[in-house]
Design a protein around this ligand. Structure first.
Ligand SMILES: [Zn+2]
Ligand SMILES: [Zn+2]
Length: 263
């Protein structure tokens, strides 16, 4: 039997036509999926995440405003997100963070929204799902200024270097690897995978985006997670079934997911 896995970051509500969430989920279960965290990127998508989670005991939700929508963070939206965050199926706040790879929204807007999410996560004792691209210096500056929940959360779809990975681990964060780690040109990310402590590694699809090799360019889905696990096993020299079990345990610990048997 293939090792079990948890998709720590998926957007089943954003799958394109022809990929009904129920069908995608069934295929993924056959491939070994035990649970899935569906991540909100704005208010509508956060609501959709909660409703998916309410219908399926193996799906959990997060709520937040993606950095690309940080200009929408204001008294009203932050209040709505805080209300949604109290739903019983919500296991984390985000995705939030900083993405300086595009000029908009402004860095000020992104930092304000990010600090708002951190305060909310702290007040509800929920971990953060952090998206960071081309902004690690500012990200770590803010994280060291603010009080963080414990455990603080995950740096999802990690694309930083070894130094950033060490800093994140030092702050208590988990590091989540997406299909990018399987890409031919991602040797520096595979080097990062070799130095992240075993008890801090998570895996994710970020589906429908970022399908791993050999599905690169196709619509991604949780059934492809074993490709990521295979790459991590090859890179770290850890046995696939041990590594998979460890990563499932890490994910359950971070998001405080109930233990569940595989069918
Ligand atoms: Zn993201
Ligand atoms: Zn995402």
């Amino acid at each position: 039997m293939a090792p079990g896995f948890i998709d720590s970051h998926a957007h089943l509500n954003l799958m394109p036509e022809g990929f009904a969430p129920d069908e995608v989920f069934l295929r993924s279960m056959k491939a070994g999926l035990e649970a899935l965290v569906n991540v909100g990127t704005n208010i509508d998508h956060s609501r959709e995440s909660i409703s998916l989670a309410e219908k399926n005991p193996r799906i959990f939700a997060t709520v937040g405003l993606h950095p690309s929508e940080a200009h929408l963070w204001n008294d009203e939206t932050s209040k709505t997100i805080a209300e949604l965050a109290r739903a019983p199926r919500v296991v984390a706040i985000g995705e939030t963070g900083l993405d300086f790879s595009y000029p908009e929204p402004s860095r000020e807007d992104q930092e304000r929204a990010f600090r708002g999410h951190i305060a909310l996560a702290l007040s509800l004792s929920l971990p953060l799902v952090i998206h960071c691209r081309d902004a690690f210096d500012r990200l770590f500056a803010i994280l060291s200024e603010e009080r963080l929940p414990s455990p603080p959360g995950v740096l999802h779809c990690f694309t930083g270097d070894e130094k950033s990975a060490r800093t994140a681990v030092g702050l208590g964060f988990y590091i989540s690897f997406s299909g990018i780690v399987t890409f031919k040109n991602a040797s520096s990310l595979r080097a990062v995978a070799r130095i992240v402590p075993e008890d801090r590694v998570l895996v994710e699809t970020d589906c429908p985006y970022l399908a791993p090799v050999p599905y690169r360019g196709k619509t991604n889905e949780p059934a492809f997670i074993p490709e990521i696990l295979n790459t991590l096993s090859l890179e770290t020299g850890r046995e696939l079934s041990d590594l998979s079990l460890r990563i499932v345990r890490n994910t359950r610990t971070l998001f405080r997911l109930p233990a569940a048997d595989r069918p």
